[in-house]
Structure formats: C-alpha cells, structure tokens
Design a protein. Structure first.
Length: 347
C-alpha cells in the first residue's frame, strides 16, 4: 500500500505548475543560461589577461634591451675616442687649458663668442677637447675674468709723477659711446702715464686695465662725476683724464675740480681732428656730393659682380672719425675709372 501510495504521489502536479506561476522547466532554464554566460565571461577575461600580461612582458624586455644597447653604444663611443686620442698621442686636455684657450681667442684673436665656439669645435680632436663649450659658456668665462680684473685693478698704481706727487700715476680714459640695449655704458680704463717711456709702440689691450664700468639709461655731467668720485675714493686721484670733446665729460671734470679732486684733462686727438673736420666740411657742397655719390654707388654695385668696389659703410654719428676711408675709396675708384671711360648704360 505504501509503495502504491508513493507511486501515485510521483505523478502529482508540482507546486509552480499547480499555482500557474511558470511553465514546466522554466526555472532551471534561466539558471543554466546564467551559468553559461558566466563561463563565457571567465574565458574572455582569462584570454584578455593573458594578452595584457604578455604585452607587459614584451615591453619590459624591449626596454631592457634598448637600455643595454644604449649603454653599450655610449661605452663604445667613449672607447673609440680614447683609442683615437691614444693613436694620435693626445691626452684629454684639462678644463683650465680649455678656458685659457677660449679667453685667448676672444681677447687676442678678437673673434666673437660664436666664432670661438666654432673654432674649438673644429680643433677639438686635435687639441684633445672632449666637450666644446657653447657661446653662452664662453660669455660666462669672460664675465668672470672681467670681475676678477676689475677687483684686481682697485690696487693698481702707476709710476709716481714729480709734477703730481699725490696721484696714482695713471691716466684714466673715459668713454660712453658703447650701448647695452636701451642703456649706455661708461667705461674707465687706466694706462700708466709713463707708458711711452717703458714700452715701445702704441698702447695695446694688454697695457690698459678696466677700473670701472657702469650702465645707465642716460648719463650727465653730474652722474659721471659721482661715478668718478667713487673710483677716486678707492684708487686715488688719476694723473690725468683722457676724453673726447663731449660736454658731459667736460662738465664732470669741472665738477671734480670744484670739489678739489680735479686732474688735467687731455682731449683725444682723433676726436679733436674729427671735430675740426666736421666744422669745416659738414656744410660744404663738395662733401655733400661725395656722400650722395657713395650712396648711389652702394645701391648700384651691391650684389653685383663689382661688389668689391662698394664704398665703405660709415655711420652718420661718427662719420668724420672715419672720413679717411671715404677719401681713400674715392681716390682709388677715380684712378680705376677716369671720366668718360665707361660706355653709356654699362654697370
């Protein structure tokens, strides 16, 4: 009876189907779909992770190989340079020698900072220079040398003079024609008053010492006198001043004379001669025709086969300081080209 009752219960309707919630097998079908979807997602995640891990490993390997090759290349290049230096019997030049050579090229050869850098780059292998200094580095070296020389010039003394026993025996040369941007530079150079008794020849760059440099938007007699007073307080009164014929420098010398710090003033002969020529020829019609002819010749001959005959370029401000260049050029051109010698319409 129990077995018959159990068999009869096996054929009874399940509860979900009895109450009409869902058809037969619907709950198991949703669960199976969820499991299948999760399995697919896991497989995709595994494949994606394997690809990313492989990519990371390859990138790390490539980077390590690249770093290794870079180090090997740098070492090989250094070894090649060392062998080349040994082959030529050259050793690596100390930095002090490189600095000295660069300063000599700038101060003695009178070439620009960029030119000094290019010359050292061309001679680097022959001189054993590992790294060529750039123009800005050379500028820094020159500035440091300037500071040291100006500080050393504070104690500079020339030979004493019998006529002026209380002076430092130096002639101060003053000039303010150099521009720095929108400002003007006042430079004071010192020269021994007995230079021509001690040295044969005209003063050169090695015979003068810079004792003071100042930059200002504008300079007047009062401001120049204040600068000279500060220099006199440190070095003493000079034996004389060498200057051009400017009114500002003349006023500064007069102010120092009023304060009991005056010294004789020497006018520069080149400026004095230029002043005389300017007063004589500035308004002369022949000089005006000469300047006009030079302008026309420069316009016609520049960038042509006869560019070697172009007249010299002379600034308007200092034209009479270099007027001899105009006259020499005109005289040579007139000798090469007499009147009537050129056909009509020719260059």
């Amino acid at each position: 009876m129990l077995m018959a009752h159990g068999q009869s219960n096996l054929h009874l309707t399940p509860w979900p189907r009895a109450i009409g919630v869902a058809p037969e097998g619907r709950v198991m079908s949703q669960f199976s779909k969820m499991k299948h979807s999760r399995t697919q997602w896991k497989e995709k995640a595994k494949q994606r992770g394997q690809g990313e891990r492989y990519e990371r490993r390859e990138k790390g390997r490539i980077k390590a190989e690249r770093d290794q090759l870079t180090h090997a290349l740098n070492a090989s290049q250094a070894r090649v340079r060392e062998l080349e230096a040994r082959l030529g019997g050259l050793a690596s030049r100390p930095k002090v020698d490189v600095v000295h050579l660069a300063l000599q090229l700038f101060l003695e050869a009178r070439i620009s900072f960029r030119a000094v850098s290019r010359v050292l780059a061309l001679l680097a292998l022959a001189l054993g220079i590992k790294q060529t200094p750039c123009p800005q580095t050379i500028i820094n070296w020159v500035i440091r040398l300037t500071i040291v020389r100006i500080d050393a010039a504070r104690t500079l003394r020339g030979l004493p003079l019998d006529q002026a026993p209380f002076t430092n025996g130096l002639i101060w040369m003053i000039d303010l024609s150099i521009g720095l941007g929108a400002g003007k530079i006042v430079a004071v150079l010192a020269l021994d008053a007995h230079h021509h008794q001690l040295v044969r020849g005209a003063p050169a760059l090695g015979h003068v010492h810079c004792v003071g440099v100042a930059v200002g938007d504008s300079w007047t007699g009062d401001t120049i006198a204040e600068l000279l007073k500060r220099l006199i307080a440190q070095m003493g009164r000079p034996a004389a001043y060498l200057k051009d014929g400017g009114s500002d420098l003349h006023k500064a010398a007069a102010l120092l004379e009023d304060d009991g710090l005056g010294s004789p003033c020497l006018d520069d002969i080149s400026h004095a001669a230029a002043g005389m020529l300017k007063r004589t020829y500035q308004s002369h019609p022949a000089f005006a025709r000469l300047v006009s002819a030079c302008g026309r010749a420069s316009g016609k001959l520049t960038h042509t086969l006869l560019a070697c005959l172009v007249p010299p370029t002379v600034r308007t401000k200092a034209r009479f300081m270099n007027v001899h260049r105009f006259v020499t050029w005109a005289d040579r051109v007139l000798q090469l080209s007499p009147p009537g010698g050129a056909p009509r319409g020719s260059m």
